[in-house]
Design a protein around this ligand. Structure first.
Ligand SMILES: Cc1ncc(COP(=O)(O)O)c(C=O)c1O
Length: 358
């Protein structure tokens, strides 16, 4: 029996995609093999890889002067790849610190260049986004890095910064959740295991004129130009993850594309936040102007009830609601593959739990 899975990542995948992968598992397109057992250099797999890229480009309306790369090492590898490729050792780079993932990106970038933290929300416990008018940007910065959606804190920007430097965004937990204007960004990266597919793949979308200047000593697998020149097949790629991501992109197109998906995501988030705010028992600490559509952290008025909440939720088929180990409490992640029915079931459960224990 499938449960409703609110995990933050690896996260729920669309059932239709899993069923197709199951049906094709042992005999993929008449090959007598699974897709995992064919060469990444075979015509058949290259067609899969190219179709996945074409569908992703279509979904996000990626302009022609951007490269789409399928890399490994997760978003964490990009924390280092971005400065290695886009900044010289003496360059200054701007970062916005709006949560745990921004902080990790900053820590890694500091090994490679001069990092200026242009805005820091740590003092306000990462519950909001400092207004752009307060940011201390450095003149001539090689780029501005930010995290449009903080997966742990549940803080989402809701606007795209307007700055002179190329904008670099860690979109791991918000990519494909709504339409975006890719042309506003110099580089977008996203670990796959939320809205793209299984773990093991990281998508990078980068404006072509920004690459080809990696610093000396950058390993080839982290050099965007080298990866682009090799069609993301500089070495053996995670073929199954790439294939599955392709099925997810097809599924998203079948869902009506990102405008339709975004409306559904808005409705899901609104329903859960309304339930929390009106309950008087659950609370979410994030500034309402910057609440995430994808990750909704909340706490109970009586923390001693946390374990009862989690075990009763599990018994009701609502799984993976515990908050990140660094912050505790609860968190419901509402990625694309989570249907509104899951959110309704969660809200009904929360109200029922409150009546019985509140
Ligand atoms: C916003 C964000 N950035 C980076 C990461 C790290 O990703 P990975 O585990 O793929 O390296 C995560 C993981 O959840 C994330 O949510």
């Amino acid at each position: 029996m499938r449960v409703f899975n609110f995990a933050a990542g690896p996260a729920a995948l669309p059932l239709q995609v899993l069923e197709q992968a199951r049906d094709e598992m042992t005999d993929w397109r008449g090959s007598g093999m699974s897709v995992m057992e064919v060469s990444h250099r075979s015509k058949a797999f290259i067609a899969v890889a190219q179709q996945a890229e074409a569908d992703l480009r279509e979904l996000l309306a990626v302009p022609g002067d951007y490269k789409v790369l399928f890399m490994q090492g997760g978003a964490t590898a990009q924390f280092a790849s971005v400065p290695m490729n886009l900044a010289s050792p003496d360059a200054c780079v701007d970062y916005l610190n709006t949560g745990s993932w921004s902080a990790k990106a900053i820590g890694e970038a500091a090994h490679y260049c001069q990092v200026n933290v242009a805005a820091d929300a740590a003092d306000s416990h990462y519950t909001s986004v400092p207004p752009q008018s307060s940011w201390k940007l450095s003149p001539g910065a090689a780029y501005l890095h930010y995290t449009p959606n903080e997966t742990i804190g549940g803080v989402e920007f809701g606007f795209v910064p307007q700055v002179a430097a190329p904008l670099v965004a860690d979109m791991s937990s918000t990519i494909l959740s709504r339409p975006i204007d890719v042309s506003r960004f110099g580089l977008i990266y996203a670990g796959a295991q939320k809205n793209i597919g299984p773990a093991g793949l990281c998508v990078v979308i980068v404006r072509a004129d920004l690459i080809g200047k990696a610093r000396r000593g950058t390993p080839a697998v982290w050099d965007y130009q080298a990866v682009a020149d090799a069609g993301s097949m500089l070495n053996t790629p995670p073929t199954f993850a790439w294939y599955l991501a392709g099925l997810v992109f097809k599924w998203l197109r079948g869902q009506g594309g990102l405008a339709a998906v975004g409306e559904r995501n808005r409705a899901k988030a609104e329903l859960l936040y309304a339930t929390i705010d009106q309950s008087g028992f659950y609370s979410n600490p994030v500034d309402p102007a910057h609440r995430s559509w994808m990750n909704v952290p909340f706490v109970l008025a009586v923390p001693a009830l946390d374990q009862a909440f989690l075990s009763e939720a599990r018994a009701a088929g609502l799984n993976n609601l515990e908050g990140h180990r660094s912050v505790g409490g609860m968190r419901a992640s509402l990625y694309n593959a989570t249907p509104i029915e899951a959110v309704r079931a969660l809200c009904d459960f929360m109200l029922d739990f409150m009546r019985r224990h509140g």
